[in-house]
Design a binder for this molecule. Structure first.
Ligand SMILES: Nc1ncnc2c1ncn2[C@@H]1O[C@H](COP(=O)(O)OP(=O)(O)OP(=O)(O)O)[C@@H](O)[C@H]1O
Ligand SMILES: [Mg+2]
Length: 238
């Protein structure tokens, strides 16, 4: 399996706060990789640094064989790496369809192609198709999360990084979002999935990392993590 993303010895700080202290991880082609850890562990900082929004103090980030450690957020999106940040940052006064059109801002070949991409998103999320004319702000929490993911998928990413996509959602909706992530992955997109809901994440992930205080403390196949006593005690509830 080829490596799409390699993070090596990553150090990131905010003023005096050392958020990442030598973090290493990889994502392989067509993998779902879960990033687990407690509040403040450095999960969001990791994906924000990969997406170029936050700068590394040391270490390197390689994507598809190229060094992107100092690349701009724009050029990282152009390389097919898309970040869906924490919280559902959709435009509440715009319709579902208009929100999805904004996901096509990096698509250079014009409107027709964007509409085709949006059709594929509607195939993935039939709930969005049914609600295409509805204002984003009137969607349920789960539907808003699907819209945020769908908008990222309009860019047809090679790697999608999702920051806590199931936060605050009811168990049934968590399962729907997780199902959508599996479909996205099966369609050929690699996934880096940040989750507090370790149980749900390790059900769909191929591999996982536990981050603590800016470092990886446990890494392995999802099945190994599910069986690891430390992971069970700290993140899965004995
Ligand atoms: N913009 C910022 N300015 C200062 N400190 C920050 C900033 N963003 C994050 N931090 C600090 O960096 C550390 C890592 O934060 P980060 O948001 O990456 O954690 P996280 O694992 O995503 O946590 P959570 O599960 O709560 O979302 C924390 O100590 C946090 O307070
Ligand atoms: Mg976070």
């Amino acid at each position: 399996m080829s490596t799409v993303l390699e993070v090596s010895g990553l150090r990131v700080g905010y003023g005096n706060v050392e958020a990442l202290r030598g973090l290493d991880l990889t994502v392989g082609e067509n993998e779902i990789v879960a990033l687990l850890g407690n509040n403040g562990a450095g999960k969001s900082t990791t994906v924000s640094t990969i997406s170029g929004v936050v700068r590394a103090r040391a270490g390197s980030i390689t994507a598809y064989g190229e060094d992107i450690t100092t690349a701009t957020p724009w050029s990282i999106v152009e390389r097919g790496i898309v970040h869906v940040p924490e919280g559902r940052r959709i435009f509440s006064r715009l319709t579902v369809h208009e929100n999805l059109q904004l996901g096509g801002y990096t698509v250079r070949d014009g409107g027709a192609s964007i509409e085709k991409r949006i059709d594929r998103v509607y195939e993935l999320f039939d709930r969005l198709a049914e609600r295409r004319g509805q204002q984003g702000g009137t969607l349920s929490g789960g539907e808003q999360q699907m819209l945020a993911i769908g908008r990222a998928m309009v860019a047809e990413p090679r790697l999608i990084m999702l920051d806590e996509p199931t936060m605050g959602l009811a168990p049934l909706v968590v399962a729907q979002v997780m199902g959508a992530i599996v479909s996205i992955n099966r369609s050929g997109t690699s996934v880096l999935l940040i989750e507090q809901n370790a149980r749900a994440a390790l059900k769909i992930a191929h591999r996982g990392y536990v981050i603590d205080s800016g470092r990886v403390t446990v890494a392995g196949a999802a099945g190994e993590l599910r069986a690891d006593p430390h992971v069970v005690e700290a993140y899965l509830g004995a």
